[in-house]
Design a protein around this ligand. Structure first.
Ligand SMILES: C[C@@](CO)(OP(=O)(O)O)[C@H](O)COP(=O)(O)OP(=O)(O)OC[C@H]1O[C@@H](n2ccc(N)nc2=O)[C@H](O)[C@@H]1O
Ligand SMILES: Nc1ncnc2c1ncn2[C@@H]1O[C@H](COP(=O)(O)OP(=O)(O)O)[C@@H](O)[C@H]1O
Length: 292
């Protein structure tokens, strides 16, 4: 990638929740979760070019997502007070591949990638912990993308214990539904009393997703895809959906199921990764620019 000192192109990857347990609810209505996050190599790509125009501009326009609601815009705005660079504007080009409202965290990932990139390009000099605290106000999943390492998360997703789960091949399937996270978390039928687990058990546990039954009930297409995939392996829901996934040891098995999958569902074969692709590229950029 032709990264220069005033521009940076970064992948902004998706995550999976290998399990998601709801163990309680806070007074403000937010849910206390226990979830195991892992990254996958499916990603958006974002190019940041700083300039002296003092504006944040995002291209191209995404239908149904006004610029001011874009988490990329919100993340850049949050970082503006910390700029130390004369080049205080930014032109952001977003190549969107990740489906939205799919439980794979595309919006949170984009927000985190923006904070990481502009922290360097605007010379804000914030630590990862400071960026994660800032990012948490944009979404519960932003801190994991800031740290860029697979982790067991507690609280609303901000208390992280870094772990290295197995990295299988995944078949990821997107039913035709755009899930509203808020709607799932306010559903009366949601199970909110799963027992807390010990960190030492996380990697050996066959965890579940407490949102699955409610999501299947509200979104018939998720239910249909779930029933189809159930015959092919241990199918799981990521986040509040809509995406479902199965882990395979061998890529050939994942490919066979993908070939048989009804065409109406979008599907990808991807690899699990315990380091986010963003950080892999960022580390190379930092090493290169240190030498200049
Ligand atoms: C459930 C998870 C698991 O990874 O994934 P997604 O399916 O969204 O990717 C996340 O915790 C979601 O994080 P995120 O998508 O950033 O949610 P937010 O924007 O913070 O919250 C959307 C709404 O969901 C509810 N919410 C969210 C997180 C949480 N721990 N408890 C909640 O009750 C709140 O009503 C909130 O207004
Ligand atoms: N840059 C962005 N990419 C994706 N979604 C965004 C972005 N900015 C804001 N959003 C909003 O955030 C919502 C959740 O998006 P996303 O994080 O992709 O899904 P999920 O939380 O289900 O994994 C979207 O429905 C969209 O309205």
């Amino acid at each position: 990638m032709d990264n220069q000192i005033n521009s940076l192109t970064l992948p902004s990857p998706a995550k999976l929740n290998l399990f998601l347990h709801i163990i309680g609810r806070k007074e403000n209505g937010y849910h206390l979760l226990e979830t195991l996050f892992q990254f996958i190599d499916l990603h958006d790509t974002i190019r940041f070019t700083v300039n002296r125009e003092d504006h944040i501009r995002i291209f191209p326009h995404i239908e149904a997502l006004p610029e001011k609601d874009n988490l990329i815009f919100k993340a850049a705005t949050l970082l503006q007070p910390f700029r130390r660079n004369k080049e205080s504007g930014v032109h952001i080009h977003l190549e969107k591949s990740l489906p939205m409202g799919a439980g794979i965290g595309g919006g949170s990932s984009n927000a985190a990638t923006t904070l990481l990139a502009l922290n360097l390009l605007w010379d804000c000099q914030l630590s990862l912990s400071q960026l994660a605290s800032l990012g948490l106000s944009l979404g519960a999943d932003v801190p994991i993308f800031i740290h860029g390492k697979s982790a067991f998360a507690q609280g609303v997703g901000e208390q992280l214990t870094f772990l290295r789960p197995k990295t299988p091949v995944y078949l990821l399937v997107k039913p035709n539904a755009h899930v509203n996270t808020g709607q799932i978390f306010t559903d009366k039928r949601l199970t909110r009393d799963t027992s807390s687990i010990k960190i030492s058990h996380v990697l050996t546990l066959d965890g579940h997703n407490d949102c699955l039954d409610v999501v299947r009930d509200i979104y018939p297409d998720v239910n249909e895809a779930y029933l189809w995939l159930k015959n092919q392996g241990d199918v799981k829901l990521t986040g509040t959906g809509a995406c479902l996934f199965i882990a395979f040891e061998h890529i050939e098995d994942a490919e066979r199921v993908k070939q048989e999958l009804p065409e109406k569902w979008q599907a990808w074969i991807c690899n699990g990764s315990n380091t986010s692709l963003t950080h892999q590229v960022l580390d190379q950029w930092v090493a290169k620019n240190r030498k200049i």
